[in-house]
Ligand binder design. Structure first.
Ligand SMILES: Nc1ncnc2c1ncn2[C@@H]1O[C@H](COP(=O)(O)OP(=O)(O)OP(=O)(O)O)[C@@H](O)[C@H]1O
Length: 553
């Protein structure tokens, strides 16, 4: 496994130093100690006497399967949820002093506990400046706000954090990755300057390509080096080894494993998370490529330029790139969900010109899309899991215009079981599932249609290591049954291990295509990171990115 991903290479590319975990740094006293914290939702006890100590100067990974209670614990820590029996059993010490539970969210914020929750707390209709400063404006004489100073401060912070936006820009206009960065920046700005605080990041990198991830890591190390405690919730074990000092694993409602990161192996952590050893993560694949079912010709979008791409039955084709390279726009262009300026897309021989593309036509032609933004584009949080999952195939359960609810329920239950969705209760609102379980339910929704072309945008973001293995097997099975899978992902190891070919995007254009022996994680990284002059960072033998897309095999 790659520990700190190509630190020199990334440092050069990002223009700043990536710091390693600072185990040798003097660690301050505990900033927060939680003792005997429990939490139930109805009859379900999610946390059952959890103890957790967070020390200043340390980055503490909080790990666990989907639905194990990580978000619930940090919501208690930031005053969003009340623990059971608050004040009777559960206790919390903040900088050595006991504080009352349940925590008042305002108290948590002013006491220096800054949380960035999974469902990014960004107001899309507000400006970047407002998002960063709401509730934090300082007034001078005559209750005036020094707008010029605020604007300059915000512009500087955006620049330092690599967010390509002006303070006045609407948050809704920012790409997903920049909105994620903005949420993290707001969290950082909530930390006190005069005493150790706590920064809680719940899967902050789930929306980010690797170059964004490394910017976040640099910020995390900086915050810890200033004496704050940082909690990082993640499903990516490479991130745990790259940036954290301590690890706690929640399983079956308790902290099942606590250790210094340096003393852990990946295998031990996987076992602590799942409760059992995991065999190979990636399935063996034997590709049997058939006829072309997706044919994209000279496609232009807002960012994407002149993209041509084919996918055959039985193939898994990867598409990747850094932030802003254009790959994040492609699935929505192909599906007809975003405006195509010119070009054509053919699905199973049915060609659509730029004006004809639409999601309804794509579905009818045999194409399905799992979007990355599950909260806004993928599902309806207030509808039940059953309603969400059965929506595209509802007609199957209609008889003489009447819905056969029992069949529908049985079908959804069986499907959710196969996709390991927990709790296995089709009647729960989608929003009551943990983030990773929502993702699995929505994957089930699209896989069940057995489309000819399946576009998957970051399908494993937010899912635990056991479920990732399941999803990889489902991808393989779908390809074996004759679907063409196009995997839009920034998980380079997944792309290298699952795909037959990987297309690399740079500056909106296809810059290279890897296949066969040339397809490896390192080569994907090197091609993504290729500098402006066309030389790769550490991979001098690679071809020029500005030349027509080379096929390297
Ligand atoms: N508001 C709620 N109402 C009902 N159940 C809830 C609520 N919030 C969380 N749960 C349940 O509590 C359990 C723990 O959820 P939580 O979001 O804490 O898990 P998690 O470890 O963060 O998972 P993930 O890795 O998927 O984000 C899940 O089974 C979830 O369905």
């Amino acid at each position: 496994m790659v520990r700190l991903r190509f630190p020199k290479l990334l440092s050069q590319a990002l223009g700043h130093e990536i710091m390693s975990p600072a185990n040798d740094m003097a660690v301050a006293d505990p900033v927060i100690s939680l003792r005997n914290i429990s939490k139930s939702f109805g009859p379900r006890k999610v946390l059952d006497g959890v103890n957790l100590t967070l020390s200043g100067g340390q980055v503490h990974a909080l790990l666990g399967q989907n639905g194990s209670g990580k978000s619930t614990l940090i919501k208690i820590l930031s005053g969003v949820y009340q623990p059971d029996d608050a004040g009777q059993h559960g206790r919390m010490l903040l900088r050595g002093e006991p504080v009352d539970l349940p925590l008042d969210p305002n108290f948590a914020a002013t006491a220096g506990i800054a949380a960035v929750h999974q469902d990014l707390p960004i107001i899309n209709s507000a400006s970047v400046l407002e998002n960063l400063m709401i509730g934090r404006f300082e007034t001078g004489r005559g209750w005036r706000i020094d707008w010029r100073r605020v604007r300059n401060d915000v512009a500087r912070a955006l620049g330092e954090f690599g967010i390509h936006a002006t303070p006045e820009q609407l948050a809704s206009d920012l790409p997903e990755a920049d909105r994620a960065m903005l949420a993290i920046l707001r969290g950082l700005k909530g930390l006190p300057s005069d005493r150790p605080g706590v920064l809680i990041l719940d899967e902050p990198t789930a929306h980010l390509p690797r170059d964004g991830v490394d910017r976040v890591f640099a910020a995390i190390r900086k915050v810890a080096s200033q004496g704050h405690a940082v909690v990082l919730v993640t499903h990516r074990l490479d991130e745990v080894f790259a940036v954290t000092d301590m690890v706690s694993v929640i399983r079956d409602g308790i902290i099942a494993h606590v250790a210094g990161t340096k003393s852990c192996t990946e295998r031990e952590l996987v076992k602590a998370i799942l409760g059992f050893e995991l065999d190979a993560l990636y399935p063996e694949r034997q590709t049997n490529a058939g006829e072309i079912v997706l044919n994209v010709e000279n496609l232009y979008g807002k960012r994407v330029q002149d993209l041509s791409l084919v996918a055959r039955r039985g193939e898994v084709v990867g598409v990747t790139g850094l932030i802003g390279a254009g790959q994040e726009e492609i699935p929505y262009l192909l599906y007809g969900a975003r405006k195509v300026s010119s070009g054509s897309v053919a699905v199973c021989g049915q060609a659509f010109s730029q004006a004809e593309l639409s999601p309804a036509k794509s579905i009818r032609a045999g194409m399905a899309l799992l979007p990355a933004d599950r909260r806004n584009a993928s599902g309806v949080g207030t509808a039940s899991v059953r309603e969400n999952v059965s929506l595209p195939i509802l007609a199957r359960f209609l008889k003489n215009g009447i819905l056969r609810e029992k069949s529908e329920r049985n079908h959804v239950r069986e499907l959710l079981g196969r996709f390991e969705v927990r709790p296995l209760d089709p009647e729960l609102p989608l929003s009551a599932l943990s983030g990773g379980n929502q993702q699995k339910a929505l994957l089930a929704k699209w896989f069940q249609m057995k489309p000819d072309v399946l576009l998957l945008h970051e399908p494993t973001h937010g899912v635990d290591v056991g479920s990732r293995r399941t999803i990889f097997r489902l991808i393989k099975d779908a390809a074996d049954q004759g679907a063409a899978i196009v995997l839009f992902s920034t998980e380079y190891a997944d792309l290298a291990n699952l795909c037959d070919r990987v297309v690399i995007m740079r500056h909106g254009r296809k810059s290279a295509e890897l296949s066969g022996a040339s397809l490896s994680e390192q080569r994907i990284v090197a091609l993504c990171m290729m500098d402006e002059q066309g030389s790769t960072l550490g991979q001098d033998e690679m071809s020029d990115a500005s030349a027509p897309a080379p096929v390297l095999n």
